[in-house]
Ligand binder design. Structure first.
Ligand code: IPM
Ligand code: MG
Length: 352
């Protein structure tokens, strides 16, 4: 069997402190994965004159998947390429509480759900500009009774929901509910009362897709109501699917419920590509201190191993992490422990 090829970007600020040890652990497991490290950001700029050179793009294309460290700006071109260039439309963000996680909830035991965030459209197209550029449209708001032209100076951002974009991410979510084989339920959430046209299309598309999955329960809630339910009864949820911006926000909230962003794994899937990156940022405030929690990155790596058809290795990595937490002796600071990043990684490694 030929080796799998993975493109790795270590990221900025504190990100390399969790990316490198995670890669070391995977290398240690001897799974037949070759890691490649294309240049990006300031390093790439100094050697090639570009923040995201053509060779790095080709390296991403040539790999089976990309393992991406959080970036604070310099490498965003690579991130945007991984999203729009590779059309990774389904951002899957699991929140599962494990014994040892410092959840702020009184009863976190049964929290085990996944938020699937549409990853390419909605307000994330970056279609923004000056209101006056739209004034000529003579466009009336249906409830504010205002004409765009009369609003005066301001800015706009366009929210775009397409049939194709909605359908593929919703289908991905139903497939995921089947594959998880747990509560076998998909919950759709967006603001379909206020945005009855755009978010209405997302909901209508979901209702249609649901007909193809009679074995999966389907429910929908308006996003504000959903958030209240997510906090009050997270144990009712299985797979939640939502447009981009709500998904960005809700998934951080879901991470907060199990114990914070240090535990928040994430994978972005297209039809023929996927990349994996913790949901958290670069943590500049703790960079260089060797205290960042590597769990989110390790769990994202486990999702990558699943994607690469290395389920057994993914399970082993998750079990090792789970054991370190349930044992509770060596815990990262954000989970109430005193372990350094290095100590925590060593504890996981020792169990593999
Ligand atoms: C995330 C992040 C990104 C997003 C930022 C860094 C652009 O918050 O992956 O959740 O909003 O998608
Ligand atoms: Mg985010």
């Amino acid at each position: 069997m030929s080796n799998k090829q993975v493109c790795a970007f270590l990221g900025d600020d504190a990100s390399p402190e969790v990316m490198q040890p995670t890669i070391d652990i995977i290398e240690d497991m001897q799974l037949g994965i070759d890691f490649h490290y294309p240049a990006v950001g300031a390093d790439a700029k100094s050697t090639t004159g570009s923040l995201f050179p053509e060779q790095s793009k080709q390296a991403i294309d040539a790999a089976d998947a990309t393992f991406f460290g959080s970036t604070s700006g310099n490498s965003t071109a690579a991130l945007f390429y991984l999203r729009w260039g590779k059309q990774t439309f389904a951002n899957v963000r699991p929140s599962q509480w494990l014994p040892g996680y410092a959840s702020p909830m009184a009863n976190p035991e049964n929290i085990d759900f996944v938020i699937v965030r549409e990853n390419l459209e909605d307000l994330y197209l970056g279609l923004e500009g000056d209101l006056e550029d739209l004034a000529a449209l003579n466009y009336y708001s249906r409830h504010a009774r205002a004409n765009l032209a009369d609003l005066g100076p301001g800015k706009y951002a366009i929210k775009t929901i397409t049939e194709r974009g909605s359908e593929r991410v919703i289908r991905h979510s139903f497939e995921l509910a089947r594959q998880r084989g747990q509560k076998r339920k998909v919950t759709v959430t967006c603001k379909y009362n206020m945005l009855s046209t755009a978010d209405g299309l997302f909901l209508d598309t979901a209702k249609k897709v649901a007909e193809d999955y009679p074995d999966i329960d389907f429910e929908h809630f308006i996003v504000d109501d959903f958030l209240c339910r997510m906090i009050a009864h997270p144990e009712d949820l299985d797979v939640v699917v939502t447009p981009n911006l709500y998904g960005d926000i809700l998934s951080d909230g879901a991470a907060g419920m199990i114990g914070g962003l240090g535990l928040a794994a994430s994978g972005c899937y297209g039809t023929d590509y996927a990349y994996f990156e913790s949901a958290h940022g670069t943590a500049p405030d703790i960079a260089g201190q060797n205290i960042i929690n590597p769990t989110a990155t390790m769990l994202s790596a486990a999702m990558m191993l699943d994607y690469l058809d290395m389920q057994e290795a993914a399970l082993r990595l998750r079990q090792a992490l789970g054991s370190v937490y349930s044992e509770g002796r060596i815990l990262p600071r954000d989970q109430g422990g005193t372990a350094s990043t290095t100590e925590f990684c060593a504890a996981v490694r020792a169990l593999l």
